[in-house]
Design a protein around this ligand. Structure first.
Ligand code: NAG
Ligand code: NAG
Ligand code: NAG
Ligand code: NAG
Ligand code: NAG
Ligand code: NAG
Ligand code: NAG
Ligand code: NAG
Length: 363
């Protein structure tokens, strides 16, 4: 009875006329994949070896991030964090980022269930808080870029949706670690994608021991490359900040020195992998940043000791008065040739890679 009265009241005072019929919605633009009611239901699972191995690599990346963030928080004292400008609330941010990795690892494990890897034992190249933050912003850079490189190439798009949902938070982690280190948060207009073999090459040295049942990671590992005079992002006076006008730490024409391994080394966890290369003698440094892949000639090439140098290139993404291409946390590899490659076909340069990639800290 009360209901009827209330309904009558509302009808009288607000809806005494029937609502006008909606005009028809606009037709859905034609095209698109898997967007109609008769499309097959999405399957959140990998269905090709390419997809499986992409997610297998991503899972190994998520696990090291989880371990690394916890390791750094446990390793350093409150005072050491404070000296780097990180109070308890900033430390909690790192803990929260570790928690995000728990979720990412669970999601990726579900996608490749029941063949997901388990966490491994890792080794890390730092012994200060700033070194920890610097390694985190580098590791998350190749984690993020490594996913962008394969997402549009996956056979199955449904799990690609979930992976982009996780990698967007990883992108925020990468930027937050730059801020915690006291760097300019993001010094590019575009974040480059890299092939799986590039990400695995950079990740592989930090895996020491893994459970025997972990699925073999099938991507190539190139001979390791060191930038022996990487511009130093870690300054003793730097403190965590949302943004700082850090003066440029590199510049076009900066002479960069390289050292690299020969192929055929046993590497990564339990020495289960071998580095390989199908390239001839090194001729170019390949710099990958923003939307660009740029070659500069190597000089002072010493192929007995595997040393060479190259100059950091310059250039603007879209010409004068746009963004400098070579800035931020980016990539460099050595090649025997300079095939023209673009963001969607960067992996076609892989047969020409002599060593690397390595992170180049341009800004
Ligand atoms: C930074 O601090 C470290 C350790 O305290 C010291 O060895 C190094 O010389 C300092 N670097 C600069 C550029 O002041
Ligand atoms: C920061 O750098 C920008 C670009 O070089 C400059 O326009 C601005 O004045 C600088 N701000 C400060 C506070 O140094
Ligand atoms: C990189 O970006 C920062 C921040 O905008 C700027 O101060 C620096 O000069 C840039 N470095 C290069 C090499 O362009
Ligand atoms: C790169 O540098 C690290 C640290 O100095 C060293 O352990 C490693 O052997 C070097 N690798 C190459 C390929 O030069
Ligand atoms: C790499 O490992 C294989 C198999 O264990 C072994 O036969 C080979 O000698 C190792 N190579 C090097 C360079 O240590
Ligand atoms: C960088 O890439 C953009 C997008 O493909 C292109 O328009 C631009 O010419 C490239 N810049 C250089 C210096 O190669
Ligand atoms: C870009 O700047 C250079 C050097 O100032 C100048 O020579 C060139 O004409 C400029 N290009 C365009 C497209 O404005
Ligand atoms: C990569 O794609 C570009 C077009 O974006 C094409 O011109 C180039 O030839 C391709 N590279 C290779 C090695 O096939």
């Amino acid at each position: 009875m009360l209901r009827t009265l209330v309904a009558g009241f509302i009808a009288l005072h607000h809806f005494s006329d029937a609502a006008p019929p909606s005009p028809p919605p606009p037709p859905v633009p034609s095209g698109g994949v898997d967007v109609t009611p008769d499309s097959p239901p999405p399957v959140y699972h990998t269905m090709s070896d390419f997809d499986f191995q992409s997610f297998n690599l991503a899972l190994n990346q998520e696990y090291i991030e989880l371990d690394l963030f916890h390791y750094g928080l446990a390793k350093f004292s409150q005072q050491e964090f404070l000296d780097a400008g990180l109070g308890p609330e900033y430390q909690f941010l790192i803990e929260y980022m570790a928690d995000q990795e728990v979720g990412h690892a669970e999601m990726v494990s579900n996608i490749i269930y029941p063949y997901g890897a388990k966490p491994c034992q890792y080794q890390y190249p730092f012994d200060t808080v700033r070194g920890f933050l610097d390694f985190c912003q580098k590791l998350t850079r190749w984690g993020e870029s490594g996913v962008y490189g394969f997402l549009p190439h996956l056979d199955n798009r449904a799990p690609a949706e979930l992976l982009i949902n996780s990698i967007t938070t990883e992108a925020r982690q990468q930027m937050a670690f730059r801020q915690l280190e006291g760097l300019f948060p993001m010094a590019v207009w575009f974040v480059a994608g890299i092939p799986q073999a590039w990400a695995w090459t950079m990740l592989s040295p930090y895996l020491v021991h893994c459970p025997a049942e972990n699925p073999y990671i099938k991507w190539q590992i190139f001979p390791y490359l060191n930038v022996t005079n990487n511009p130093i992002a870690i300054r003793n006076d730097s403190k965590a900040a949302v943004s700082t006008n850090v003066s440029a730490i590199s510049y076009p024409g900066y002479e960069v020195n390289f050292q690299w391994d020969n192929p055929g080394m046993n590497v990564s966890y339990d020495l289960k992998y071998q580095t390989t290369s199908t390239a001839g003698p090194p001729k170019y440094a390949l710099w990958v940043s923003q939307l660009n892949a740029t070659y500069t000639p190597l000089y002072n090439i010493d192929t007995d000791n595997n040393y060479a140098s190259a100059k950091q290139p310059g250039g603007m993404v879209f010409g004068n008065n746009t963004a400098p291409i070579f800035n931020d946390t980016m990539f460099v590899a050595l090649t025997d040739d300079n095939p023209y490659v673009t963001p969607y076909n960067l992996s076609l340069v892989n047969p020409h890679i002599v060593a690397g990639p390595a992170i180049y800290q341009a800004g």
